[in-house]
Design a protein around this ligand. Structure first.
Ligand code: OMP
Length: 231
């Protein structure tokens, strides 16, 4: 199939102006923006609002993981910023997931709510270390099942689990995959990686890409080249 995947650029910058500089070269019709823990801690809600005002869909990636009440209130606060998507950790369990979903009920414009399964930086040995038995694929499916049962919109996983999850949960369950690396790009701390071309062929809705774009000599061009490779 041709690509239906949208790219969200992970703006993992230590400096708000560096992030603004890249965003000024991007087209909201072409990509979304992901604001994570580092940039949010630097620039806060005002920076997020600035990107939204410039026309971008913003994925606020703060991966909430706390008691149900706290997560529900944090998700609601994210929604009131006007973000397009917000995430929580599926391992917070059913009550936390349901509280997060319910916190968005009744809003006129509700963000997508997705849950992180197993971080793309983790492999089998990392799971064993934190007491999780079984394979990465099994743990991803277990947490995706929990997310699905609690009626969230989808999950964050690696592209390696996409086929398995699409088969089990169908097209309506959104998949968001970081750990995307063009051929030859440095992996950094990522472990479960796939190229944008391969990932887009799996019907994944959102590809999250950070360093291969933000650390390129010409980030806007790097993004354009990735999109060109998908067509
Ligand atoms: O939720 C996420 O976005 C996320 C989940 C995950 O399992 N792995 C993961 O890398 N991410 C985020 O996706 C981005 C990936 O960035 P790069 O590795 O630079 O492409 C980072 O901002 C991570 O915080």
């Amino acid at each position: 199939m041709t690509s239906q995947s949208r790219i969200f650029v992970a703006l993992d910058y230590a400096d708000c102006n560096a992030a603004r500089e890249l965003v000024a070269q991007l087209n909201p019709e072409q990509c979304g923006l992901k604001v994570g823990k580092e940039l949010f801690t630097r620039g806060g809600a005002e920076l997020v609002k600035e990107f939204i005002a410039a026309g971008f869909d913003v994925f606020l990636d703060l991966k909430f993981h706390d008691i149900p009440t706290t997560v529900a209130k944090a998700v609601r606060a994210a929604a009131e910023l006007g973000v397009w998507m917000v995430n929580v950790h599926a391992s917070g369990g059913s009550r936390m997931l349901t509280a997060a979903r319910e916190a968005l009920e009744g809003l006129p414009k509700r963000p997508y709510l997705i849950a992180v399964t197993v971080l793309t930086s983790m492999e089998q040995a990392d799971l064993a270390e934190v007491g999780v038995q079984g394979t990465v694929a099994e743990q991803v499916e277990r947490l995706a099942q929990l997310t699905y049962a609690n009626q969230l919109d989808g999950v964050v996983c690696s592209a390696h689990e996409a086929e398995q999850l699409k088969q089990k949960f169908g097209a309506g369950f959104m998949l968001v995959t970081p750990g995307i690396r063009p051929q030859g790009a440095a992996l950094g701390d990522q472990r479960r990686v796939m190229t944008p071309v391969q990932a887009s062929q799996l019907g994944i809705e959102v590809l999250v890409i950070g360093r291969p774009i933000t650390q390129a000599p010409d980030p806007a061009r790097a993004l354009a080249e990735i999109y060109a490779s998908l067509t």
